[in-house]
Design a protein around this ligand. Structure first.
Ligand code: ADP
Ligand code: MG
Length: 493
């Protein structure tokens, strides 16, 4: 397994002629560097992690621009690569000995296996076929994708995606609270945690944040974070190599399993079956499972009923489409993080205009900052934003009108337009009216007084009250929430 900082590791062009061997009488530069790298790792990850995982690594040799480390089993190799790979590479690079990557080979003779903790589930120990020193990792045979992909087992965690950088607002506060609860609890509070929401609304961010926090609170905890593609890839590979037993054991030996974007499992019934069994085994052994998808479990397409019902049996938390306030807070937070001064007029403009999702909002900011910096801190203004973000703004400009909203709301709730605009306060019309006001605020750039005029000449405070009311109710009323989503989707399609 070769790890490189930029993920393009290609061990096939290993330059054997340039091998610097290791193991002379006097510590050489390589050994000394290894001592320093280990000391860094130990101080960064703590003694527990060091004892559990890192101690099992030994230095073999340098090979070309790579350092070759050995470990006793495939499992440990993948585990270390996934959790510490990036850091290992960075620390070796920082030693300035010309290394660009780290290769981890399975070699039971050279390395000592640390004992796993005494859990009910044992680590896979397949000493028989791994006790032999292996000439090269499996990936060398050209059968496998090269392992610059630490992803082959775990998706590496992004250091930027933490709870500290996650901005909380009405649309995501429940999902945030649920994730934080899982991250900070000593006992499993509920199982599984199922996070769902549209693209770019923060599912992956929350999962990474949870994994970081879990790891920080207890570095020895085995947290496995996978994309659904990786899960499937590993499974398919295991089937191909007739190694499903080890596959199962690997998953079942973790403390926390996180799988991102399970909607991609649709129709892949063997993988589903496997997830189902893995899931049951983990829950039965009191291990935490965290799942994300773009829809709630009941709406997942092509997923078996029993799996859906298991997925929905813990806490299901939604990342709702953003509102203006959240978008504004995110823009302010990002500007602050980057230390860029951006006039509030511009953040307000962007928060109004870029309503699709947080990823696009971030993209807009990045582009704006880059532009300002490249042009020698040209001041960020609305004009500049309009010029630089033309395409994004156009894509977000869905031209939803208040008339459209009112019409759609009347159809949805089966009420008359005259009633919607009338002063009648009967709940059957008052609630849909508030929903329409809320949508007008969310989906158009009209001001409150403008919206008021469109609602039979109401005062802007009435509109504000309606908007607030719906915001408040959304949190605790799934059917209202669903109405709003259906309406939003049909209006913005
Ligand atoms: P998803 O997985 O739901 O598609 P991501 O978690 O990848 O979305 O989020 C998209 C981008 O938006 C990421 O860069 C993420 O850091 C950012 N983001 C999402 N939600 C928030 C938030 N509440 N605060 C700050 N940044 C966020
Ligand atoms: Mg995601």
């Amino acid at each position: 397994m070769t790890l490189t900082g930029n993920g393009n590791g290609n061990g096939n062009n290993r330059d054997v002629s340039n091998e610097r061997s290791f193991g002379g009488e006097r510590p050489n530069a390589l050994e000394l560097a290894w001592v320093r790298v280990r000391a860094h790792l130990r101080s960064e990850y703590g003694d527990a992690a060091f004892k559990n995982w890192l101690r099992s690594l030994t230095l073999l040799r340098a090979s070309g621009d790579k350092v070759v480390l050995a470990v006793t089993s495939k499992f440990w190799r993948d585990w270390i690569a996934a959790h510490y790979g990036d850091r290992l590479v960075a620390l070796w690079k920082a030693e300035n000995l010309g290394f660009n990557g780290v290769e981890i080979v399975v070699n039971a003779v050279e390395a000592k296996e640390p004992r796993p903790r005494g859990d009910a589930l044992e680590m896979p120990q397949r000493e028989t076929d791994e006790a032999r020193p292996q000439p090269a990792p499996a990936a060398m045979n050209g059968e496998e994708p090269r392992l610059g992909d630490v992803q082959n087992l775990c998706t590496p965690l992004d250091p930027r995606l933490t709870f500290e950088t996650f901005v909380i607002g009405k649309p995501n506060e429940f999902a945030h609270a649920a994730a934080l609860r899982v991250a900070e609890a000593d006992e499993i509070p509920f199982n599984p945690l199922f996070l769902y929401g549209g693209v770019g609304l923060g599912k992956t961010h929350l999962m990474h944040a949870t994994a970081w926090r879990l790891r920080m609170r207890n570095p020895a905890r085995r947290v496995m974070f996978l994309s659904s593609e990786t899960f499937m890839h590993l499974f398919v590979k295991a089937v191909r190599y007739k190694d499903t037993h080890a596959f199962k054991e690997q998953f079942r030996s973790v403390d926390v399993l996180m799988i991102d974007d399970v909607q991609f499992f649709g129709e892949k019934s063997a993988t589903q079956e496997e997830l189902f069994h893995t899931f049951n085994a983990l829950v039965d052994h009191r291990r935490q499972v965290i799942i994300s998808a773009d829809k709630p479990p009941v709406d997942l397409q092509g997923i078996e009923e029993r799996l859906k019902s298991r997925l929905g049996s813990g806490v299901v938390a939604q990342l709702n489409p953003t509102n203006y306030e959240l978008r504004l807070s995110i823009l302010q937070a990002k500007a602050e993080q980057k230390g860029v001064a951006i006039p509030s007029k511009v953040t307000e403009f962007l928060a109004h205009k870029i309503t699709s999702n947080i990823r696009e909002l971030e993209g807009a900011m990045t582009r704006l900052f880059a532009h300002a910096t490249l042009l020698n801190s040209r001041e960020i203004s609305i004009d500049m934003a309009q010029e630089v973000l033309q395409d994004l703004l156009r894509a977000n400009d869905r031209h939803v009108t208040i008339d459209d909203i009112q019409k759609r709301v009347c159809e949805h709730y089966n009420i008359k337009m005259a009633d919607l605009l009338s002063p009648r306060r009967a709940r059957a019309v008052a609630r849909p009216r508030q929903v329409a006001m809320y949508l007008a605020k969310q989906l158009t750039t009209r001001s409150l007084p403008e919206i008021g005029r469109k609602f039979g000449g109401r005062d802007h405070t009435t509109i504000m009250h309606g908007v607030r009311k719906i915001e408040e109710l959304r949190g605790g009323d799934p059917s209202l929430n669903e109405d709003i989503e259906i309406l939003t989707r049909s209006l913005t399609r």
